[in-house]
Design a protein around this ligand. Structure first.
Ligand code: PNS
Length: 168
């Protein structure tokens, strides 16, 4: 039975949806590596260090079962390097499926020893994504219950003007 799985992603920033998927993965795998993909061509709101810090804060009570890491280059190469043969991806709606299928099949073509496991997110988080949360925060909208208090504070620090104007 596999006991080590990777939950890869951009995590810009980590959301309650990601946390939900990680919690579900921990019911099946002994250890989950939350791996932040570094893509120099993708513009992100938070630096890799900030993203790692927010993930570590979210999992501070999980002790040794969760490890936070980052990787550059191919995900399957990273998986091979750390001797993990399972990738976890969360699915929200049917709209996620097409891209996730492409990603999983490409990763399988790149390395046939690595399998992708899909986990369904909790219904409370079906509509949330890092992008929609950033868009709301940027306009001064509340992100309560969608991210941890720590991430909400980091978002306020990124968009101080929006929060000054908003009463939320
Ligand atoms: O949270 P995201 O943005 O959906 O995560 C995407 C991620 C980081 C998992 C994906 O872009 C990735 O695996 N990047 C590493 C580069 C790679 O392996 N590319 C081949 C598959 S597209």
């Amino acid at each position: 039975m596999p006991n080590l799985a990777i939950l890869p992603g951009s995590f810009d920033p980590i959301t309650m949806g990601h946390l939900d998927i990680a919690e579900r993965a921990l019911k099946v795998f002994d250890k989950v590596i939350i791996a932040v993909g570094i893509n120099p061509y993708k513009k992100t709101l938070f630096t890799v260090e900030e993203r790692i810090d927010m993930i570590e804060n979210a999992f501070k009570d999980h002790n040794k079962r969760v490890k936070v890491d980052s990787f550059e280059g191919l995900l399957v190469d990273y998986a091979e390097k750390i001797k993990a043969n399972v990738l976890i991806r969360g699915l929200r709606a049917v709209s996620d499926f097409e891209w996730e299928l492409q990603l999983a099949l490409l990763n399988r073509k790149l390395n046939r020893n690595i399998e992708t496991f899909f986990l369904m997110t909790g219904y409370r988080y079906l509509y949330i994504s890092s992008n929609i949360i950033k868009a709301s925060a940027q306009a001064g909208g509340s992100v309560e219950d969608l991210v941890t208090d720590y991430v909400a504070q980091k978002l306020r620090e990124k968009f101080p003007e929006a929060y000054k104007k908003s009463k939320r």
